[in-house]
Design a protein around this ligand. Sequence first.
Ligand SMILES: C/C=C/C(=O)SCCNC(=O)CCNC(=O)[C@H](O)C(C)(C)COP(=O)(O)OP(=O)(O)OC[C@H]1O[C@@H](n2cnc3c(N)ncnc32)[C@H](O)[C@@H]1OP(=O)(O)O
Length: 259
Amino acid sequence: MDILTSKADGILTIEFNRVERKNAITGVMYQAMADALVDAESDDAVRAILIAGKPEIFTAGNDLDDFMKNSAPVEGVPAEMRPVFQFMRALSGSSKPVVAAVSGAAVGIGTTLLMHCDLVYAADNAKFSMPFSQLGLCPEFASSLLLPQLAGFPRAAEKLLLGEAFLAQEAYDMGLVSKVLPLAELRPYAARQAAKLVALPAASIRASKSLMKRSRNAAITETMEAENALFGAMLQAPEAKEAFTAFFEKRKPDFSKFA
Ligand SMILES: C/C=C/C(=O)SCCNC(=O)CCNC(=O)[C@H](O)C(C)(C)COP(=O)(O)OP(=O)(O)OC[C@H]1O[C@@H](n2cnc3c(N)ncnc32)[C@H](O)[C@@H]1OP(=O)(O)O
C-alpha cells in the first residue's frame, strides 16, 4: 500500500509509503487520501488528522510519470473530479484539525498541502520546494495566494518563480511551519500535539478553525480555479513534456526553444 491509513485514539493517521519512488504521489494515492479524509469528516471518533511521510522523505510531489500518462483531459470527466482535486478539496475543507509532520524533501504539492494544514511540524532535515516554473508549470491549490500572504511577495517570488528550495528554519521564519524539531523528536511531538487536540472539546476546535479560515475561504476557492485552469493547460504544453522527460533522462531540461 502506497498510502497507509490508521485510526487510533481519535487520530486518523495518513502516511506516505512509497519510499522507492520518494513517496511521489499517483492518482491512486490521492484517491486513497481523499477517501480517508472524507470518511474522517463524518466519523465522530476522529478528532484530529496526522499526515506524515518517512524520516528521509515526506514526498517528491506529484508522480511525474503519472503527469505524463494520465493528465490529458478526459471527455465527460470534469477536471475537478480528478483524485488530486478530491484530496485537496477534502484537506482544505476539513473541519477537523490537521497536523503535518514533515521530514526530508517536501516537493511541489508536498509543500503546497502544508498551507492547508493547521499545525505543521518540520524535522531539521526537512527541505521544501515548489519547482513549478522549473517544470513548465505554475503554482497550484492556492499556493500563489497563501505563500505571498505568509512570507511576503519578494520571498514568495524566490520560491515560486525561481523554484528555490528552502530549509526548515527558513520555512519557520516564513510562517509555513509551526516548529522545527530534531528528526528523532518529530513524530512523537506531532503525535502528542494531535493527542492534545483530541482531548479538547471538538466543537471548540471546529469553531476556532472555521473562524480562523473564514476570511480567506472565498479567495482560496477563486485562486484555485484560476490556477487550475492554467495548470491543466500547462501540463499539456511542450515545456512540461521537456521538463518531465529530462527528469527521467537525468539531464537538465532545455527550454531555449520555447518562446
Ligand atoms: C499538482 C502537483 C504538482 C507537483 O507536485 S509538481 C512537483 C513534482 N515533483 C518533482 O518535480 C520532484 C522530482 N523529484 C526530485 O526532484 C528528486 O527525486 C528528489 C529531490 C525528491 C529526491 O532526489 P534523490 O534523493 O536524488 O532521488 P532520485 O534518485 O531523484 O529518485 C529516486 C527514484 O524516485 C523516482 N522519483 C523521484 N521523484 C519522482 C516523481 N515526482 N515522480 C516519479 N518518480 C519520481 C526517480 O525517478 C528515481 O527513480 P529511479 O531509481 O528509477 O531512477
